[in-house]
Write a protein that binds this ligand. Sequence first.
Ligand SMILES: [Zn+2]
Length: 569
Amino acid sequence: MRALVVITALLLLIAGSNGYGQYRMPGDDIRETVSRFGQAEVVVSYPGFDAMTKIASRFSVSSCDAREAILCLSGRDVDEFIALGIPYKPVIPEERKGFYTASSLSEAMLWQSYPTWQHYDTIMHKIAERWPGVCRLDTIGFSVMGRAVLALKISDNVAVDEPEPSVMLSSTIHGDEPAGFVLLMRLAEYLASGSTGGGLAEELVSGLEIWINPLANPDGMYRDNDTMIYPVRANSNGYDLNRNFPDPEVSSPPLQKETSDMIAFLEEKRFALSVNLHSGVEVVNYPWDKWTRLHPDDDWFDGISRRYADTVHLHAEPGYMVYLDNGVTRGWEWYIVRGGRQDFVTWGLGGREVTIEIDDTKMTPGSNLEMIWNWNYRSLLRYIAEALNGVRGTVADDDTGDPLSAKVFISGHDADSSHVYSDTVTGTYCRFLAPGEWTITFSSPGYLPLSFQASITAWNSVVQQDVRLQKPAYNYPAPPGSGLLIWPNPCDGKFSVMLPARITGDVTVTLTGVSGAIISSYSTSAQAGIPLTCDFSTLPPGIYIVSVRGEPFGPLLRGKVIITRPFPE
Ligand SMILES: [Zn+2]
């Protein structure tokens, strides 16, 4: 009882120190903020790594350091959070002065203000219409409230699925982190307009399939009448979509429409490289978010993240993107996230995704968007260009040349699903690796595995290696002149039967007991020199007669097979 009084007094004290003069029930301030703004942010003191992991498994942590963490609560989180009795300080919603919604489409396309939902939809169509040779508008899916989740494909021969590495840039899965949203529309325009300019944009558009999804959570951003006055982090059901992806060890919250549509899209496109843009801090965050261990390609992830931040540092004001290790962190070293898209793509789909936080301020004022663009666009182009590097080629059947889906695996290195697969339709594969000597093994069911040595000499090097896999050549015994050749014999029920070479075409295979009772009879086709394979491993031990009759007129050949079982120990 005493403890309760103390906690209540503490909560009142905290509430009082934040400008709330009158006595209130703990949590009333949170409820009021949620009903007015759609969500409430609260600051809690950092409770230690394990307790933080527990909190982050239930509530959305939007940032955290060794002193405190900011939680973002939607309507469905409030009661549970209040019931826990964790002391908190409410965060007063950010000032919206200087935060500016465009008054016209042409103003929105100056990229210094935020478009309305209608503007956004029109901008995406306009970009696709203006550069039809390299740009196509597609829909990933629809939000809970029925808004289209749009993506622009930017590539030469845009109507064709070319066997090129594909890259996806996506932003604003948290609806209240809008800077990346404008940045990516502008990047789409930059790439499309530069696609014949002879520079890096042309190189990227011709060598890659680039997909740009500026807004992954339209209902979060346009909660308020299609303008962005008070956007929220979660979708319209109150779920944080970047905590909603499947996890190998813990059950995720109910899969939201936006998430299942995105998963279907990601599974179809199988991006080699992708990025997820956010705001709230300034750091490049790479896998794992969920496991406190290194990704096998940690060196490579650190390399591409380092280059992003270092390129930013060349162009930005001092002090921008220097959080944690000078602008780079492994996710788990910051705080544990379950159900994030980055880990799902990297662990579940053989992709490589990082999360880039581009502004300390979640709601970047429109007047700062030009600056954020100037500080980041070279890094974004360079990040896309990473997909041109690595070991790449095609895998095909050695006899027919048909493309093969093969597992591309590095023994002694790959773990936690870090291997990749070649594409089922085109046979192309792409494996990003840090400089070094790598033995890469390709395997596919029904084929002999094949390994080769790839020497990566520099970060920006490409090793082109096409692979053809062979079916194993079996050494069967020569067909008998007469009768049946059965082996192994005795056997455990699985055995092979070689017929004389002259018996080909339709045959009936019959197994009978020594009494003559038929146990099994089936029709199949015989090829000269290829044995029939039989599996009667469910039969009890004993002596059985195998007979093979050529159809329709014979001959009929017989042989004996002995099925034994090891005695149980
Ligand atoms: Zn975010």
